[in-house]
Design a binder for this molecule. Structure first.
Ligand code: AMP
Ligand code: MG
Length: 426
């Protein structure tokens, strides 16, 4: 089914109310229209940090490749250890990491061994050097109970990753641990999804570019910079098309250029009902776009649809609304389009340190500062100013306080769910 068909289906559903669109419903609808881009590229390991695997990675080898020691000490045969007393063995050589001992450990013998060194043939156990004492000659005495079972302090070949195992699946984001694991397999190049091309622009006659003096009654264009930051953090190829005045022809041209050159187009401002809001009628002409008044605060208006083959998001102009709407809808969509298997952000319970005002009938994403009390319990303090124009509240906060649709006002001491910015906001 095409996105256009889905849109018709949604618009025709009995309980569909664009004037009070539930957050979950909007998210589900958007998810249904998304299929990852097909493009991919082979890149060397250092260039794939933050990218998404295009193929499953099957291990070409065992990691580690051989049994080796987990400690500095002596490799020996567990059967030689006297239970309940000391054991004296003859040391017949050394095994270093990268320089194995060539020989066999026989009855009554041991080999000095270092962490990561290959276990010599015949030995099955390692005694830590702290539990041993070197004699005057080539003997070593192991303390009583230095080891209590065969195989102690020994790492087994393939105990991390077995040859032939699927190590990572297509859709895995490559972070620092993944880079290390891929290197441990000797993988020098990997196929990753190509980066998503996201064109974005802001709208409004009041917007002044930074660096220029601010005329009376105008404002600096802040949204385009927070959006630039959010897109960069997600590893997108961000195409900044600038600030466009509220002139229909200019907006139309920008939308057309954006849709021809990008996978996703994001506009900011002009999606609410207002005198200068041309976007709505323009979009009816250029594509298939749904306009929703979401049952949420902040960030009520959201436009979503297609212009040609490009996905389109129209974000509200109020700076906090723009950011909240991005995190709650656009972020997940962009990651899916870029091939990533995404999990919903974690919701953590935290106790309110102050009351919050909240009207039932909408989901609220209030800004707050979450911290751990001495007893380890999480507490959250709501930002004093929750207006959708108070952008500094986003910068001061470290989490969203997610208040569900049905909740009314809440008292200090009540437990709420928070969504930490860490990992979400860059
Ligand atoms: P709009 O959604 O275009 O009606 O704008 C709503 C509010 O957000 C107005 O106060 C605008 O001045 C403000 N706004 C819109 N776009 C931006 C922007 N790019 N940067 C800062 N504020 C903006
Ligand atoms: Mg505007």
């Amino acid at each position: 089914m095409t996105t256009y068909d889905l849109m018709k289906q949604l618009a025709g559903a009995e309980d569909y109310d664009p004037n009070s669109m539930r957050v979950e419903r909007a998210r589900e609808f958007i998810r249904k229209t998304l299929a990852p881009v097909c493009g991919n590229e082979m890149l060397s390991l250092k260039d794939v940090f933050g990218r998404v695997l295009f193929e499953d990675i099957v291990s070409p080898l065992n990691v580690p490749g051989h049994d080796n020691s987990a400690m500095d000490g002596y490799a020996l045969r567990f059967a030689d250890i006297n239970s309940g007393g000391e054991t004296t063995l003859k040391c017949i050589g050394e095994s270093f990491a990268g320089h194995a001992f060539h020989g066999t450990v026989r009855h009554g013998e041991c080999v000095r061994i270092f962490t990561g060194a290959v276990m010599p043939e015949g030995a099955d156990t390692v005694v830590m050097q702290e539990h041993s004492a070197k004699g005057n000659d080539d003997t070593v005495t192991m303390a009583a109970d230095a080891v209590t079972a065969a195989g102690q302090n020994r790492r087994f070949a393939g105990e991390d990753i077995q040859k032939g195992a699927i190590v990572f699946k297509r859709g895995q984001r490559i972070g620092a641990p993944e880079l290390g694991v891929l290197a441990s397999l000797g993988v020098a190049e990997v196929a990753v999804f190509r980066r998503l091309r996201v064109a974005f622009f802001s709208t409004g006659d009041e917007l002044t570019p930074i660096g220029a003096p601010l005329p009376e009654g105008k404002i600096y264009d802040s949204n385009r910079y927070s959006l630039y930051g959010m897109l960069n953090h997600l590893g997108m190829e961000a195409m900044d098309l600038g600030a466009v005045p509220d002139v229909p022809e200019r907006i139309e041209n920008t939308l057309k250029t954006a849709a021809q050159n990008a996978d996703v187009v994001i506009s900011i401002g002009g999606v609410s009902v207002g005198a200068a809001d041309f976007i709505r009628s323009l979009l009816d002409k250029l594509g298939q776009v749904l306009f929703w008044k979401l049952a949420m605060k902040p960030g009520k208006p959201l436009a979503y649809g297609m212009i040609g083959d490009a996905h389109f998001f129209g974000l509200p102009g109020n700076p906090v609304s723009a950011m909240v709407t991005f995190y709650q809808f656009v972020r997940e969509a962009l990651l899916i389009l870029q091939g990533q298997a995404v999990a919903s952000p974690l919701l953590l319970p935290a106790v309110l340190t102050a009351p919050v005002k909240k009207a039932a009938g909408r989901v609220e994403f209030q800004r707050g500062v979450c911290e751990a009390r001495d007893d380890g319990c999480l507490v959250v303090t709501p930002a004093p100013e929750q207006g959708s124009g108070i952008l500094s509240s986003m910068a001061k906060a470290n989490c969203f306080i997610v208040l569900p649709l049905e909740a009314g006002k809440l008292a200090a001491g009540e437990t709420v769910n928070v969504q930490l910015f860490s990992g979400l906001v860059g």
